[in-house]
Design a protein around this ligand. Structure first.
Ligand code: TPP
Ligand code: MG
Length: 542
């Protein structure tokens, strides 16, 4: 076995595991790591100017590529700075390998400035948190890290790398597992038969979809289930992934988006929930690959554990055996009703949009309409438009998988870095990020990374000089009397000038406040091979 420094061995592990991009922001405890990484230009290092930017890029990269994203940060301070994104990545099951340098193991006891109990901190956002205390264990620990991150339920792992360990010389050889070496779990047949029986007898079935459908690439099977049952397909409000072809006549969008769509769920006699948590409903059939998710918050009539793709395929097969010609006819009639309802809803919102079309500031519907008109097929949208997201989703279509990404979780400011990570994973697809001004203010350093690495992501900043979603929620909670109570919710005095900010980071930016100029500006921005930004002042009334 060849002898090498442990930090070099680590790079060989990364290479063997198929890592081609590594995101980070280094400090002195990462000296050996960075020195060895520099000897491996085949692993492209992408610097983020804040740890949440680096972490967000790793998340976007992981979600778009299907591989683990790799992030290296600076001891406990780098971990702390990345935490908002890492906590969301943990809840959202994003496979990440997170590493941080630590000072020499004998020095940790001295509580020096760069050392810390990184493993305890790592436990808050990871499936596995460990420190490599002996260089001889590096291969074993990293093998486990890649296995644990990518084996369902997927998620982040954390590995601390003390400097003295990275400096050790070891005899080293490593063989990675092939991609996806682990079997997928089939559901138990009895549960499938019971669920199929319930669905076959249902008069008003509903299907609700969550991120598990995207993670386990189950869209074709889910489409078949929806067509067999004649049910409307819903996604959660603020959905995070492409879960269903939005152009399908039975796709009804977010379940909470309107009283009209609630009409389709009320009185449902069976609700099939796939890869997410069920709402309060009768006769819930919940399908998930993670047994913990089944029935954890609400009663379920059937909780089926299994790989989502395999499970829905088996459910479809069992259902087909049970459906009589009359059942199929009834399903067809249900589907037709849904299509009619969908068209009615569309006509309503289009009529409303038409009335406000030429208003200034521009309504979000106008921006969405113009954008939908100029986007090339195959464009990937990263949506961080918060209070405007439901409007954007009315106009934008996502007929194929991996065309829509929103962060899985809560933290603002993930849209811009996720867009960069997605672009790195899907270099041939146009990538457009729709970002609220509050979120863009949080993550504007992303623009520097876009310029530096020549990543032609197009940023559209939806500018209302406020945290409008929080205002809306406040009104919902406390009523009309708080309409003018906006403590901490306006971003004014000064209003942020994003085109100037972008220019300072090497990205061309312009403001478009005239609706009739939008098409032209959008077209030229989308045709450019460089990152660009436009700031669009949008109606922010609540
Ligand atoms: C780290 C973090 N801080 C605060 C919040 C609360 N929050 C949720 S949405 C939002 C507003 C986002 O503003 P913007 O991006 O401008 O979108 P808008 O609400 O104006 O549509 C805030 C502050 C959060 N989700 N995450
Ligand atoms: Mg805003």
């Amino acid at each position: 076995m060849p002898t090498m420094r442990a930090s070099e061995a680590l790079m060989q592990i990364f290479r063997a595991e198929g890592v081609d991009h590594l995101f980070g922001l280094p400090g002195s405890t990462e000296t050996q790591f960075m020195d060895s990484l520099e000897d491996h230009p085949e692993i492209k290092y992408i610097l983020g100017l804040h740890e949440c930017i680096a972490a967000g890029m790793a998340v976007g990269y992981a979600r778009a590529s299907g591989k683990a994203g790799v992030l290296n940060v600076h001891t406990f301070v780098g971990m702390g700075a990345a935490m908002a994104t890492l906590l969301d990545a943990y809840r959202g099951g994003v496979p990440l390998i997170v590493t941080a340098g630590n000072s020499d193991t004998p020095a940790v006891i001295r509580e020096g400035g760069l050392s810390g109990d990184l493993v305890t901190l790592g436990k808050t956002f990871s499936k596995l948190s460990a420190q490599v205390d002996h260089a001889a264990n590096l291969g074993l620990i990293m093998r486990r890290a890649f296995k644990v991150a990518t084996q369902p339920p997927t998620g982040p792992v954390f590995i601390a790398l003390p400097q003295n360990v990275m400096n050790e010389n070891i005899d080293f050889a490593y063989e990675a597992n092939p991609p996806s070496p682990f079997s997928r779990k089939r559901p138990d047949q009895e549960s499938i038969e019971r669920a199929a029986e319930m669905i076959a007898r249902a008069k008003k079935p509903v299907v609700m979809l969550g991120p598990g459908v995207a993670k386990q690439q189950a869209i074709p099977e889910v489409v078949e289930l929806v067509e067999l049952t004649g049910a409307p397909a819903f996604i959660p409000g603020m959905s995070s992934d492409t879960l269903f072809p939005s152009t399908h006549r039975q796709f009804m969008g977010a379940s909470t988006s309107s009283p009209d769509s609630r009409r389709l769920t009320e009185g449902a006699d069976v609700t099939v929930v796939i890869g997410t948590q069920p709402p309060a409903a009768k006769n819930v059939i919940q399908i998930d690959s993670d047994p913990w998710e089944l029935g954890k918050n609400a009663p379920v009539a059937a909780g089926i554990e299994g790989d989502i793709k395999l499970t829905v395929a088996e459910l479809n097969a069992a259902l087909k055996k049970r459906l009589s010609p009359a059942d199929r006819q009834a399903a067809k009639a249900r589907a037709e009703n849904i299509a009619v309802e969908k068209e009615k809803l569309k006509a309503n919102w289009l009529a409303q949009a038409e009335k406000e079309r030429d208003n200034i500031p521009m309504p979000a519907s106008r921006l969405a309409q113009e954008l939908a008109r100029v986007l090339q097929p195959g464009t990937v949208i990263i949506d961080e438009s918060w209070s405007y997201s439901p409007t954007m989703l009315q106009y934008l279509d996502f007929p194929e998988p991996n065309r829509y990404f929103r962060h899985r979780g809560v933290s603002i400011g993930q849209g811009m870095p996720i867009a960069l990570g997605v672009k790195l994973a899907m270099p041939d697809s146009p990538v457009v990020a729709l970002v609220g001004d509050g979120s863009a203010a949080w993550s504007c350093q992303s623009l520097w990374t876009a310029a530096h690495y020549k990543l032609p992501v197009k940023f559209i900043i939806i500018h209302n000089a406020s945290y409008r979603l929080v205002k809306q929620n406040k009104m919902r909670q406390l009523g009309e009397q708080v309409r003018n109570k906006t403590l901490g919710l306006n971003i004014e005095d000064p209003v942020i000038d994003f085109p100037t900010l972008a220019k300072s980071m090497g990205v061309k930016g312009q403001r478009v406040d005239q609706p009739d100029k939008l098409t032209q500006v959008l077209k030229s921005m989308l045709a450019s091979d460089k990152p660009e930004l436009i700031e669009v002042p949008v109606e922010g009334r609540i």
